[in-house]
Design a binder for this molecule. Structure first.
Ligand SMILES: C[S@@+](CC[C@H](N)C(=O)[O-])C[C@H]1O[C@@H](n2cnc3c(N)ncnc32)[C@H](O)[C@@H]1O
Length: 390
């Protein structure tokens, strides 16, 4: 990740702008004054730069919770900040060259909020979960130009690599999303998807709750798939195959197909490796036969002005509030140089919490974006409001 190793830190008078980047304010960790956040924005992208004083060096880098998926934003903000205040840079891994031209156009990279605002419903969609190197996704998109493909990944370098290929190959029927696919499904309108591909998911043998396939994922898939649509699991893991088979078979009514060592038109990087090792590859195809009811709407997460007393905030710092399916954890408390308080939070379902900031004051808001409007996040948001009001 891009970072600058600097001789000493300097701050401008906020707000300040340079090279298309605006720096709004600075926030200091109330328990560790060696950690500060600088709020930056480029167009609609808002994120923090993190200043960290370690025993042997001072680093300026992207804050990992709020950093945008495309690293060129972070590089630009680091360079702009260094130029603005005249930082003495001792070492840097930020190349001074132009942002990668292929990443310049990242219109295929959607945020979860783009989908929340305006989910594309004008044509059939197919969803690929964990597309990795993207071979299967790119191949399918080229072969089916009338279908919109939504590729979901949590590994940023894979997203950048596939984004680059989308631009090089000028494909206009792929959208990429940097998000947990299990949460994403909760937002997809019902009866829309022709296929959901889950190819070579991480087996998580020691932490099965982290697996993509599970009861909730299957239930959401059935809702999201149109009648005749299919969920396609492909795996080299005997364990994952056995576990998924059992989970699918536990459903009340179901139609599944199973294949062993079925050849597809395109083989992924993982698949090539397993084939060289002569491992078996299993496919489980679940056919959907149901027409589902509409997706339940959840209101946007709003706040009234919150001016809690400083003692309450300090008491909340480090604490965790729990409910049946999820929690709110107040990880760190910050004070901004314009007099506001700010929390770093993790909240939502235990298996897939959101990590984000809450800036308090007259118009409290989450940063970089509010939590996704899922049922468990709605409960966590409510609990958070109650805790802040006391
Ligand atoms: C073993 S790789 C397989 C990649 C690709 N499908 C292939 O066949 O080469 C699994 C991928 O799933 C991604 N992944 C794991 N959990 C995920 C989740 N909950 N949502 C989206 N992607 C996920 C990982 O980042 C990883 O790239």
């Amino acid at each position: 990740m891009p970072h600058l190793h600097i001789a000493s830190f300097k701050a401008p008078a906020f707000p300040a702008a340079a090279d298309g980047v605006t720096f709004h304010y600075m926030a200091e960790n109330t328990l560790h004054d060696d950690e500060k956040l600088i709020a930056a924005s480029i167009g609609e992208k808002e994120f923090f730069l993190l200043l960290k004083r370690l025993p042997d060096k001072t680093l300026l880098k992207a804050d990992k919770i709020s950093r945008p998926s495309a690293t060129h934003y972070v590089k630009r903000a680091l360079q702009a900040y260094a130029g603005l205040v005249g930082l003495e840079v001792l070492a840097s891994n930020v190349d001074s060259g132009e942002a990668n031209m292929h990443l310049g156009n990242d219109s295929a990279l959607w945020s979860i909020h783009d989908f929340e605002r305006d989910f594309p419903t004008d044509r059939e969609i197919r969803i690929e979960v964990g597309f990795g190197s993207g071979r299967h996704l790119l191949h399918q998109a080229k072969a089916n130009p009338e279908v919109l493909f939504i590729g979901i990944e949590i590994h940023k370098p894979s997203i950048e690599q596939v984004l680059k290929q989308i631009n090089i190959q000028q494909l206009d029927n792929i959208l990429l999303l940097d998000y947990d696919a299990r949460l994403f499904l909760e937002l997809v309108p019902s009866n829309l998807a022709g296929r959901i591909y889950v190819h070579f998911p991480v087996p998580w043998d020691k932490k099965p709750h982290r697996r993509v396939i599970g009861e909730a994922f299957i239930a959401e898939s059935i809702r999201v798939l149109k009648p005749e649509g299919k969920l396609e699991l492909r795996t080299d893991s005997d364990n994952y195959f056995a576990y998924s088979f059992e989970t699918f078979m536990a459903l009340n009514q179901n139609h599944i197909e199973i294949y062993k060592n079925r050849a597809l038109e395109v083989s992924s990087k993982y698949e090539d490796r397993w084939r060289r090792m002569e491992k078996n590859i299993y496919d489980v195809l679940m056919h959907n036969e149901e027409l589902s009811g509409p997706l339940e709407a959840i209101a946007p997460f709003a706040f009234n002005a919150i001016a809690p007393d400083p003692e309450r905030l300090e008491a909340l710092n480090g604490s965790t509030l729990r409910f049946d399916e999820g929690f709110v954890h107040f990880e760190r408390l910050y004070r901004t140089d314009d007099g506001r308080a700010m929390f770093r939070l993790s909240m939502g379902p235990y298996a897939r919490p959101e990590h984000l900031y809450l800036i308090l004051g007259d118009a409290p808001r989450y940063l970089p974006t509010p939590p996704v409007r899922s049922r468990t996040n709605a409960r966590a948001h409510q609990l958070l409001i109650e805790a802040l009001h006391g």
